[in-house]
Ligand binder design. Structure first.
Ligand SMILES: Cc1ncc(COP(=O)(O)O)c(C=O)c1O
Length: 403
């Protein structure tokens, strides 16, 4: 490795160690912090014996998330992936339909599409937001899609002209907590009669023009996995604007059990996707600390931003290695879930990953693009120049809330 690069990597590593006041030990990428009422609520939950899919904590947690996000109704699930599956099913995604999404995402987005028997179509992202590009979306639809009146119940629906299959949903992702250009995507979806499901798994606490991510479409999905801004151990939540749809989601998530007080009657094929009360107890305690977590994450992001855009003090340093820190896009308020930098090229990125990980500072590359994974390699895609650009350069750096 070029020794000047090594000096620069050393300087970055030292800066991260200073941020976390950790001169020598291992620094993880994102770990949960349990300093609030977690143990007390878990104790109460265990004492109540209501640890499974019924219990007061689930309702209370949903209520809190509704108030915070401005959604009309929320349905807590076992994880974000199951929530995505339900959201897509309720949007009308079924076998032999197609769903537009971005290739730069965690595999759960594409997997959930496949659970419905549909095929993802991968379209490019914008470099500034890392989320689905409205330009690429519009362009692709203009060339490949037409609206006709033979969708469900003969309502207008969008069809792929080449395959004849219905385009049953669009799933943009608020990547690493940065809101995508969601308003423009809403407009395009409305124009082409495509239901919108937002993958907001990473963006609790992120807003676009004062509106919380995940509340723009037919449904939005949050994740409370252990690596997210707040955690329930494993967990997810569906956000809805339509109460009826939320009711359907809750029904499907609880094995579609019909409302009889003691008989086991199920009126369709349902799922065991409801969040257990014990997870919601943890979530409620975590939720109380969300504002403090978001404040600290913002302070960390500001420190990184100042560092990566500051003047180069020595000869061949920041100035000569143009590292971009991904800032919240115009009009957006990000939660800075995972702080993200772009290195100049793939080789430098690989050297940076090796240096930091070998020196006890955890960093990670972008996910391998979905269209490059064996199970999605045959799927249709548009030109993916920006996704390729980002995949080659992007690195996530430590972003945990500090104690
Ligand atoms: C973009 C994205 N979508 C979906 C998920 C799935 O969430 P979960 O891990 O809770 O199933 C995750 C997170 O893990 C994610 O990052």
């Amino acid at each position: 490795m070029d020794s000047d690069f090594k000096n620069y990597f050393k300087k970055v590593t030292k800066f991260i160690r200073d941020i976390y006041r950790e001169p020598e030990g291992f620094i993880p990428l994102h770990v949960p912090v349990f300093t609030g009422n977690e143990k007390s609520y878990l104790d109460k939950c265990i004492d109540s014996t209501f640890v499974s899919s019924a219990g007061a904590y689930v309702d209370e947690f949903e209520e809190k998330v509704v108030n915070y996000t401005g959604a009309v109704k929320a349905v807590a699930c076992v994880n974000g992936t199951s929530a995505l599956h339900l959201a897509l099913k309720l949007a009308g995604v079924e076998p032999d339909t197609e769903v537009i999404t971005q290739p730069l995402t965690f595999v759960a987005t594409a997997n959930a599409i496949r659970y419905c028997g549909a095929d993802p179509v991968f379209l490019d992202v914008d470099r500034e937001t890392m989320g689905l590009s409205p330009g690429a979306f519009r362009h692709w639809l203009r060339d490949h899609a037409e609206v006709s009146g033979s969708g469900e119940k003969s309502e207008p629906a969008c069809f792929n002209k080449a395959t004849g299959r219905r385009i049953a949903a669009c799933v943009p992702v608020h990547t690493y907590g940065h809101p995508c250009c969601i308003e423009e995507i809403v407009r395009i979806c409305a124009e082409y009669h495509i239901p919108l499901v937002e993958d907001a798994a990473e963006s609790l606490g992120s807003f676009f023009r004062e509106r919380h991510t995940g509340t723009f479409g037919a449904a939005g999905v949050l994740s409370f996995n252990g690596n997210k801004v707040i955690t329930t151990g494993g967990g997810g939540m569906l956000l809805f604007r339509d109460k009826e749809l939320a009711g359907r989601a809750k029904h499907l998530s609880t094995q579609a059990r019909a409302g009889h007080p003691w008989e086991f009657i199920h009126d369709e094929v349902g799922f065991n996707y409801r969040m257990p009360n014990v997870n919601a107890a943890l979530g409620l305690a975590q939720f109380e600390q969300l504002p403090a977590y978001l404040d600290d994450k913002r302070r960390i992001a500001e420190q990184y931003l100042a560092f990566f855009s500051g003047p180069a003090p020595d000869s061949r340093e920041a100035g000569e290695m143009p590292v971009t820190f991904m800032k919240e896009p115009e009009g957006a308020h990000a939660n800075y879930w995972l702080n993200t930098i772009l290195l100049p090229d793939r080789t430098t990125r690989d050297e940076f990953l090796a240096y930091t990980n070998n020196n006890g500072v955890m960093t990670r590359p972008a996910w391998r693009l979905m269209n490059k994974l064996p199970m999605f390699g045959q799927c249709q895609s548009g030109s993916l120049d920006n996704a390729e650009y980002l995949e080659a350069r992007l690195v996530n750096i430590p972003s945990s809330v500090r104690l």
